[in-house]
Design a protein. Structure first.
Length: 281
């Protein structure tokens, strides 16, 4: 009998979900959905947004969904499904909320069949599968609302939590993230942007864009030299929403860093495959 898993990707600004057939890792037709999320909203608004999306995937699947696997940023109690994000500039109102129980009761899925995994770990598993790096030692980082990081080796993946690592006058994520970039933009120009995409797309912000991405590149190089090069990895994979603008930082990064760099596939199906592979059925 086929086994079906609802795979969910929760980021700082979005949620996506799809039902995956476990043996083939194929997405069940018509079950992929995505929504923007205001991570600064109140608890009920966030949970309603999330659960409506999950319900759409389950309803449209027309197959028996018995497992849920969720990719979500830390800090998070992944074993018990409880948010520990405090002072992280996202999901503050979900602090100490038991998401595992909420999802179980809302979608009538057995509590023990609901799993949570760090978003950087899930992303890296999917990219390892995509690039064929199963026999390599690989670090993956995600550039977005925060800075995610994970290590793959010997068929296992673990969270590195480098986003919270000591760096300059604070932690790495203070500099290498959306807020770090927009904070720097604010310090150099009276022209602001709501997000990095606006900065990248705006013709009026060309000089600011070059300056901000130069800032990002400098800190990426410094961060990689401090934390990743000492790990002697075979590859570094860079993903996350900011990495979609990799033409603005990758050339200089590759000139300065000796480890081979790959840019993410940006195929969410790969992330869902990574999620599905984290559980043994």
């Amino acid at each position: 009998m086929n086994k079906y898993i609802l795979c969910v990707d929760i980021g700082g600004t979005h949620i996506s979900s799809a039902v995956i057939e476990y043996d083939t890792l194929a997405i069940v037709d018509g079950t992929y959905f995505t929504n923007p999320v205001d991570s600064h909203a109140d608890k009920d608004s966030i949970l309603n947004n999330w659960n409506q999306l999950l319900n759409k995937s389950i309803t449209f699947s027309q197959v028996p969904v018995e497992w849920i696997v969720v990719s979500i940023p830390g800090p998070f109690d992944y074993a018990n499904g409880i948010s520990q994000m405090d002072g992280m500039h996202k999901y503050q109102d979900l602090l100490h909320v038991d998401l595992k129980t909420n999802f179980s009761e809302t979608h009538q899925i057995n509590y023990d069949n609901i799993y949570f995994i760090n978003d950087a770990q899930a992303y890296l598993l999917g990219e390892v599968h995509h690039f064929g790096f199963a026999n390599d030692r690989v670090v993956g980082i995600t550039l977005g609302t925060g800075l995610g990081s994970a290590l793959f080796e010997d068929a296992e993946v673990k969270d590195l939590n480098f986003g919270s690592a000591n760096y300059r006058e604070g932690i790495s994520e203070d500099y290498i993230s959306t807020r770090g970039m927009l904070s720097y933009l604010q310090s150099i120009s009276e022209n602001g942007a709501e997000n990095v995409k606006e900065l990248v797309d705006s013709q009026e912000l060309e000089q600011e864009r070059l300056a901000v991405f130069s800032y990002l590149t400098i800190h990426l190089i410094s961060f990689i030299e401090q934390y990743i090069l000492p790990m002697s990895v075979d590859y570094l994979v860079i993903g996350g929403s900011i990495a979609k603008a990799h033409s603005l930082f990758l050339p200089q990064l590759e000139q300065s860093i000796s480890v081979p760099i790959k840019i993410s596939s940006f195929d969410e199906h790969n992330l869902f495959k990574g999620l599905a592979k984290t559980i043994q059925l």
